[in-house]
Write a protein that binds this ligand. Structure first.
Ligand SMILES: *Cc1c(COP(=O)(O)O)cnc(C)c1O
Length: 598
């Protein structure tokens, strides 16, 4: 039996009971029951389940951690947080987040004009908005308008030119001026895969010389009072706490120096995001405890404030991955096991077969638990020889087919025989005997970070968990791209069940896909965003809400700027009305496969 590391990555959000994965909340519904309910409404293909209660859990946790630390150290500043929109902007995720964060004054961070529009629209008045990223005059003007609407908005400049623009807009408009933040370029860079967000050669932020110049520009324009925030972000998925501590010290001193220069309204340090999420199914990767992390932040800033004799700053965070990753789970049907075609009934043995085939057949007949491993090795060797013989023209296609079928039958039987007592032995030869699982989704669309940066996501079957998985598995998506594969990795082995898909269904769950994947996902092969649904709880009972069907093919084509009327006209030309009607129905379906169970 395997638990797929659920005790490592799931944070008690899910549990295994009665052989299925259940949501560890309220009435503890099983994922498979929810899948069935959705599919009964004729939604096929991959499904994205969103769990607003898990977003809320993370928000609560974030505020609790910092407020605990503030209490523990008698800290005078306040804790404030914003959600960075770039991590997940989709309405089914975002709107519940805004509601859950309301009681804390949880705000939003925008990094582009489109995101700023979202923040201006959905952020609750009173909760902060921060604006990062590169900005033009129009974007800065938008921030002035947001301020006019009553938002508590801080424009964080990435360079002196942005400050110049801000001063320009301030002069030209009668709107009230937003707060100003300065992103500092730190000498102490981050850790983890995204470390280039911080550091002296970072793409972002002002150097110490530029910070001094910026302050002088503010003084010259009588605007020192708009400066309220120092900001840094050292990168995503920090696995150790040390780089953050270094960055805190550096920025803490910059804060204190600016205060002492006369930045009277400077009152906050924004430490960006970067809290990590446990994606590993094998061992914990984060080397710090979250409370320890928050304590360190508070403790470090308290010390600096004391040392330099300035007031303790408010602390802003912009953690995105930490808030959103666990909120979304992708569930995909397995369409096919590659070896399913190798059934004994398809054998075409002849009166007289090539000697190696006869031997394979004998191995298959004689195999028992004692000989299983040896015979399996032999059969793989034989197959390799037979494939060579085929290339040389010595055996025919029927022979080759027999060789493939017999070898697969021997492997299957060996695994079945070994399962009882020699599972470890089996693991040693995983590489040669993988089963390929064809899965109804696109890696490019649904797990773009796996494709792009080999980010691992926890994956497991959501049923069959009372049985031992016996097949080392590689996962194939339905794009016709050879990169659309999650290969078997002996270092991080994935074992799945040997299922007969003609008789039973088999679904895989990919967890922690709520951060970055939705929007990074691309429409390679024109597979679009999967059908999604919000899972909410009312009076302890589960309710599936806001079902958003995967895009129709015709709409996908329209999105990439085809004239859909023209498409229909051309398709219609040589078809009778009835056939065209059917065609049109297909055009109005989504593009995922429908060959599985109803
Ligand atoms: C991306 C980003 C974040 C979010 O980082 P996470 O690692 O998802 O917490 C926060 N702040 C800024 C400025 C960012 O660019």
């Amino acid at each position: 039996m395997e638990n797929y590391g659920i005790d490592i990555w799931a944070d008690d959000n899910f549990l295994i009971e009665d052989g299925v994965v259940k949501i560890n909340y309220a009435s503890k519904p099983a994922l498979i029951d929810m899948v069935k309910e959705i599919r009964a409404q004729d939604f096929k293909g991959p499904l994205l389940f969103r769990f607003p209660h898990l977003t809320k859990k993370q928000i609560d946790k974030l505020y609790t951690l910092y407020n605990n630390a503030i209490k523990e150290y008698n800290y005078n500043g306040k804790f404030k947080a914003v959600f960075p929109l770039k991590v997940n902007q989709l309405p089914n995720f975002l709107l519940p987040l805004v509601e859950s964060g309301h009681k804390y004054g949880y705000g939003l961070e925008a990094g582009s004009k489109a995101e700023l529009f979202l923040a201006m629209t959905y952020n609750k008045i009173g909760a902060p908005i921060t604006v990062n990223g590169f900005k033009d005059k129009e974007m800065i003007h938008l921030a002035f308008i947001a301020k006019q609407m009553g938002h508590d908005i801080t424009v964080i400049i990435e360079g002196l030119n942005e400050l110049e623009t801000m001063i320009e807009v301030e002069k030209e408009t009668s709107l009230s001026t937003p707060n100003l933040g300065i992103r500092v370029r730190l000498f102490n860079s981050g850790s983890g895969a995204w470390a280039k967000s911080g550091g002296i050669d970072s793409k972002f932020g002002l150097s110490s010389t530029e910070i001094l110049e910026a302050f002088e520009m503010l003084e010259d324009n009588n605007l020192t009072d708009i400066l309220t925030m120092i900001h840094f972000h050292i990168g995503s998925s920090m696995n150790t706490i040390k780089p953050l501590k270094n960055a805190l010290k550096e920025s803490g001193h910059i804060y204190a120096e600016l205060k002492n220069l006369g930045a009277n309204k400077l009152s906050a340090i924004n430490i960006g995001g970067g809290l990590s999420v446990e994606y590993s199914q094998f061992q914990r990767t984060a080397q710090y405890h979250l409370q320890e992390f928050a304590n360190d932040v508070i403790f470090t800033l308290k010390n600096i404030a004391r040392q330099k004799g300035v007031e303790e700053p408010d602390i802003f965070t912009e953690s995105g991955r930490f808030i959103s990753a666990s909120s979304t789970v992708l569930i995909t049907p397995v369409l096919e096991l590659f070896s399913a075609e190798y059934e004994a009934e398809h054998l075409r043995l002849k009166e007289k077969n090539p000697p190696l085939i006869e031997e394979l057949n004998a191995l298959f007949q004689d195999i028992n638990s004692k000989t299983a491993l040896e015979y399996m090795h032999d059969s793989i060797d034989h197959l390799e020889s037979l494939l060579k013989l085929f290339d040389l023209g010595y055996i025919d296609l029927e022979d080759r087919s027999n060789a493939e079928i017999l070898t697969n039958l021997i492997i299957k039987k060996a695994i079945w025989l070994l399962e009882v007592d020699d599972y470890d032995e089996l693991k040693r030869i995983d590489n040669k005997i993988q089963e390929k699982y064809l899965v109804n989704f696109s890696i490019f669309q649904s797990l773009p970070d796996f494709w792009g940066i080999k980010q691992q996501f926890p994956v497991m079957p959501i049923t069959h968990l009372d049985k031992k998985p016996t097949r080392s598995a590689s996962l194939w998506d339905i794009t016709c791209d050879s990169d659309g594969e999650i290969e078997f990795d002996p270092e991080k082995p994935l074992y799945l069940h040997d299922v007969n898909l003609d008789k039973e269904e088999y679904y895989l769950g990919f967890f922690h896909v709520g951060a970055y994947q939705d929007i990074l996902g691309m429409r390679h092969n024109l597979f679009s965003h999967p059908t999604e649904v919000n899972v909410v709880f009312e009076n302890n009972e589960v309710k599936l809400e806001k079902i958003l069907e995967s895009q129709k093919i015709i709409d996908i084509l329209e999105d990439i700027d085809y004239d859909t009327k023209e498409i229909k006209d051309i398709l219609k030309q040589n078809l009778d009305d009835n056939t065209y009607k059917i065609l049109k129905k297909y055009l109005h379906d989504n593009s995922y496969l429908k060959t599985t169970w109803s």
